[in-house]
Design a protein around this ligand. Structure first.
Ligand SMILES: NC(=O)c1ccc[n+]([C@@H]2O[C@H](COP(=O)([O-])OP(=O)(O)OC[C@H]3O[C@@H](n4cnc5c(N)ncnc54)[C@H](O)[C@@H]3O)[C@@H](O)[C@H]2O)c1
Length: 312
């Protein structure tokens, strides 16, 4: 590989695992991890690391030139639950970081960009079951508005300036290496930690709130498969629907109780219930399957097995 890969927001839930995966695949020196803060010891010592603010275009340009970066994965963002508390900061971070990276593409300073969208682009008027790729959107959260706007800008930069930007709408992601960063689906990670610690889990969503979810290994594989696909196969340049499973807090609790029969959950919905209620129950990802061959491997049972095995 001639160029290197830059990951922005590498210390977060997805960035950490993405960095390890890309380093394994292309070699440690070829993958530059960066974040506005330091991350885990493992991550910091596994290859080059830079403190980098995604909203600072000059700093980004400097790192891109210094390391001869060809591909950028932009993982820095403020997530759904935190963004409701700091709307302006969320908008500034989520939009300005994207513009900076898209402009690097427009200026031909990088060749390929990955930027994640989310199921948060959908809103209360969206069909809830098997939500199609093209449908009524109208997101009602700050985060969702920023992601939908981001999708429109990605498609615009592709059509207008030929920027090779690729994106998926991640569902809620479940992983054990790094804790989630302030989203509405964080409960589905926290629940496993509490179960293994032998604690009762206070769930911030109602027991019957069904949301689309995915195990991190599937999410990373989807990301790499999309980035490796031939450009002509990628017909959606806003962001692809992506799915693996859907479940409720009650169902995840039951899957844990099969291994930990004494595990208890108390349901105490807070402000995040309204966010969850505005999102789909399940996603139709047939275009991702058709265009670049997406197939998930982890269902709820397999995810619970992996999470409990790694955390125990
Ligand atoms: N985790 C999920 O379930 C999920 C679902 C859908 C979409 N996404 C999207 O995937 C991306 C990554 O999500 P995540 O869960 O890893 O988030 P996270 O909050 O765990 O990590 C984000 C990282 O960005 C860093 N960051 C914040 N401000 C920055 C700045 N100005 N410059 C550089 N770095 C900065 C943070 O320090 C953090 O390490 C985001 O765009 C998010 O919206 C995540």
């Amino acid at each position: 590989m001639k160029h290197t890969i830059l990951i922005i927001g590498a210390c977060g839930q997805i960035g950490t695992e993405l960095t390890f995966n890309l380093r394994q695949k292309y070699g440690s020196d070829k993958v530059i991890a960066s974040d506005i803060r330091e991350g885990s010891e493992d991550l910091m010592h596994s290859g080059p690391f830079e403190i980098l603010d995604a909203t600072d275009y000059d700093a980004l340009e400097e790192v891109v030139a210094y390391y001869e970066v060809g591909e950028v994965y932009l993982m820095a963002a403020m997530l759904s639950a935190t963004a409701e508390k700091f709307p302006e900061r969320a908008w500034n971070l989520n939009m300005n970081s994207l513009f900076n990276v898209l402009n690097l593409g427009k200026e031909k300073k990088v060749e390929r960009i990955f930027w994640p969208s989310s199921i948060a682009v959908f809103g209360p008027n969206t069909p809830k079951d098997q939500t199609p790729q093209h449908t009524m959107m109208e997101p009602s959260t700050v985060y969702g508005i920023s992601k939908l706007s981001g999708e429109r800008w990605c498609e615009y930069y592709f059509k207008k300036f030929g920027v090779d930007v690729r994106s998926v709408r991640y569902p809620g992601l479940i992983s054990w290496k790094t804790m989630p960063g302030g989203g509405t689906t964080d409960y589905a990670v926290e629940i496993y930690h509490e179960a293994v610690a032998g604690n009762t889990f206070n769930c911030f969503l109602k027991g019957d709130t069904k949301l689309p979810m995915m195990y991190m290994e599937d999410a990373i594989r989807a990301t790499l498969e999309l980035m490796e696909a031939d450009a002509e196969k990628i017909r959606i340049r806003s962001s692809y629907n992506l799915a693996a499973m859907s479940f409720t807090p009650k169902e995840i609790a039951q899957s844990i109780q099969q291994r930990f029969p004494d595990f208890k959950v108390v349901y105490e919905p807070d402000y995040r219930q309204a966010i969850a209620d505005s999102w789909p129950n399940s996603i139709d990802d047939s275009l991702a399957r058709k265009d670049w061959g997406w197939t998930p491997e982890f269902d709820l049972e397999k995810t619970t097995g992996e999470m409990l095995a790694h955390l125990s």
